[in-house]
Design a protein. Sequence first.
Length: 233
Amino acid sequence: MEEELDVECRANAAYEAYRARGVAADGRPLGQRPKPYQPPETPAGKMNVTDPDSRNIKAPRGYLQGYNAQAATNERQIVIAAEVSADTADFGHLEPMVSATQDELERAGVDERPGVVVADAGYWHQDQMETVIDRGIQVLIPPDALKRKGARPGWDGGAYAFMRRVLDTDHGGGLYRKRQGMIEPVFADTKFNRRIDRFQRRGRSACRSEWRLITATHNLLKLYRHQTTPAAA
C-alpha cells in the first residue's frame, strides 16, 4: 500500500507540473485546477494481513480476495505459460503473457514460435498489440465483448474497425473461434473436475508457484490420457 501511495503521489506531482507548464489547444496556459487533487499522507483503504499481496478482485460471483490466474495454451490445450497477477482486469497482460510464452518455449528448447495470438476482448491494449505484431506475431482480439450490443462508444475507425473487418473474414473468424476450445476447458477442468478453485498458499510468489504446479499437472494428465486412450479401430 505504501508503494502504491508513492506511485500515486509521484504521478500526481508530474500531472500538476504538466498543468503548470502545459498549453491548451488555443494557446492559453492550462493553469491550475480550481481544486487540485491532494493525495493522502498515509495509505487509504484496507489491507489483508493474511496475504498482503492479494487484492479484492471482482469475479463472476462477486468480489473475492485473491489473484487473477493467467494462462497461455496451444491448440491442444497444453499450458505453455502460467502467471498470477493481483489485477481484476486482463488489460495490460497481453504482452507479458506473450513474452512469458516465448521464454518458456526457448527454455524448453522449442525453436517454433507462436504465429497467431488469440485472446478475448479484455486483453485489448493497442500499444501492446502493436509490440507483439512487431515481433512477427499476428494478434486477433475483438474490440467488443460478446455480451455488449454494438461497438463500444468511441471505439470506431482505425485499429478497431480494422480488427472487426479481420474477424469478419472466414480466415480471421475461423482462427479466433478456436480460442474458446483452447483455453476455457483448461480452467473448467481445473475448477470443476479437479476441484481446484482456490489457492492453498499465501503470497503472490507462492501462489504463482502453486498455479504453475497446477498447470504442469494438467499437462501431465493430458499426456497420460493421450497415452492410455485406445487407438481407433
